[in-house]
Design a protein around this ligand. Structure first.
Ligand SMILES: Nc1nc(=O)c2c([nH]1)NC[C@@H]1CN(c3ccc(C(=O)N[C@@H](CCC(=O)O)C(=O)O)cc3)C=[N+]21
Length: 284
């Protein structure tokens, strides 16, 4: 038996069509959602993601601009720019591409963004709101994963979700989001002992490690849903996930591929958050 593939690219496409309609209506009312992306330095991977984001905004009629700063930009220069964007009423969403050069404190930058424009959902205000279940910008990758699970009606309530990875942008928030959906959540990470003992108990396994092929079929329970968040660029230029797709697809019941899986959904949720920002985050 082979798992059903959750096609993130296809789902992203469907969602973008409906967002395009929504953007058109907002424009008729004189409101064009606008996203400003800030890119510091020349990292080729970052450049490629940023291009993907711009293509996506164009596709849905969201307006966007890219501010490119040199790799030696100081922290205070970047903070000044963010202040200016925070004050600019024509800018609804601000995304500062991560990682940043080492002279710039990432957390300081994240905390300087007006939470009402924080379409990445990385500001502590929005993280806190997510934890208490309030209206907020959900971080894009976790939000994309939740949307993929729901699109296939994969049950979450009462299910055992195992997450490998505890980053602030993927591992931690995806666990919180699925906890809000009444899952039982286990976090695994680099210091976890006997990883396999945990992963083989998962109904839903979320892998965000950043190393190719770390999860093989013997780490996965029969019928498990496997979500691969890995984006690993191989020497030949191709992109691969953290999961050994070819072996795991025979054990899992659902599996996400890389490319065409979580990545396109991440960008789609960014568009969704930008539209939400333009409409204004409610303050309850
Ligand atoms: N402030 C900030 N917000 C982010 O959301 C953010 C970030 N910084 N830094 C980097 C990571 C990574 N990320 C990806 C988004 C889309 C794809 C994606 O669409 N990938 C395509 C393939 C693209 C290709 O072939 O290059 C796919 O998986 O099918 C991948 C990775 C967002 N990130």
């Amino acid at each position: 038996m082979s798992a059903e593939i959750i096609d993130g690219k296809e789902l992203a496409h469907e969602l973008r069509i409906s967002m395009k309609g929504e953007v058109l209506e907002l424009k008729r009312d004189g409101l064009t959602p606008h996203l400003t992306v800030v890119l510091v330095g020349e990292d080729p991977a970052s450049r490629s993601y940023v291009r993907g984001k711009q293509k996506a905004t164009d596709e849905t009629g969201i307006s966007s601009d890219l501010i490119e700063l040199s790799v030696d930009t100081s922290e205070s220069e970047l903070l000044q720019l963010i202040d200016k964007l925070n004050e600019d009423p024509s800018v609804h969403g601000i995304l500062v591409q991560l990682p940043l050069p080492e002279q710039i404190g990432e957390q300081k930058v994240i905390e300087s963004i007006n939470p009402a424009k924080d379409v990445d959902g990385f500001h502590p205000f929005n993280i806190g709101r997510m934890m208490s279940g309030g209206d907020t910008f959900l971080p894009c990758t976790p939000y994309g994963i939740l949307t993929m699970l729901k699109s296939k009606n994969i049950p979450i309530e009462g299910k055992h979700v195992v997450i490998i990875g505890r980053s602030n942008i993927v591992g931690k928030p995806v666990g919180q989001l699925l906890l809000n959906e009444n899952a039982t959540v286990t976090y695994c990470h680099s210091r976890t002992k006997d990883l396999k003992n945990h992963t083989t108990k998962a109904d839903i396994l979320i892998v965000a490690v950043g190393k190719p092929n770390v999860i093989k079929a013997d780490y996965v329970k029969q019928g498990c849903t496997v979500i691969d968040v890995g984006v690993n660029r191989l020497d030949d230029g191709s992109l691969t996930g953290d999961v050994d797709f070819e072996s795991v697809k025979h054990t899992a019941s659902y599996i996400t591929p890389v490319p065409r899986g979580v990545g396109p959904m991440t960008i789609t949720m960014l568009l969704k958050n930008t539209i939400k920002a333009a409409k204004g985050l409610s303050d309850n």
